[in-house]
Design a protein. Sequence first.
Lengths: 110, 116
Amino acid sequence: QSALTQPPSASGSPGQSVTISCTGTSGDLGGYKYVSWYQHYPGKAPKLMIYEVTKRPSGVPDRFSGSKSGNTASLTVSGLQAEDEADYYCGSYADSNNLVFGGGTKLTVL
Amino acid sequence: EVQLLESGGGLVQPGGSLRLSCAASGFTFSSSAMTWVRQAPGKGLEWVSAISSSSDVTYYADSMKGRFTISRDNTKNTLYLQMNSLRAEDTAVYYCSKGRKHPDYWGQGTLVTVSS
């Protein structure tokens, strides 16, 4: 069982918005600003999409946005495109200098 | 362009050892903390270990403490993971990544299979 809880799947039609949640505890996601989101195509290198809750690395489209409230973080993908279909993982810095991740959410573009 | 290239994976028997390597390029390796993350078949990402830029501090997940050792050679721009006393549950793709609190670049991974 993963340290952070994500729904196993999410879906939306092209052009729609979809939000993926990630729930942790005060010892990880709720207690730190270091919440991140990764896009992962099977067999490829995971790609950082959001870091420090809301920040986007250079080159990541502004269709991707992050937020956090209490022990729950969210990734919103607006204007869904076919190429957004991938696995998405949340991550958080945690007590004891660890990193913890969610179990992943498979995003399907209908 | 940042590149991270893992190697050293393969099939190993339970109780055996393996050393993974990660060749880094495209950034100042000696200034960057580095992290290993793994993904078991059909499972999510699991943090394994991290090391500071100068090797003075190392971090391990509880299930790897005492069995895995992370190290680096800043003269060779290479990160290592020595894995001993391997178990079936260590079977996974192992990813090398740059950074510690939110790794920003990852390699494509190397598969480690622990089986008799």
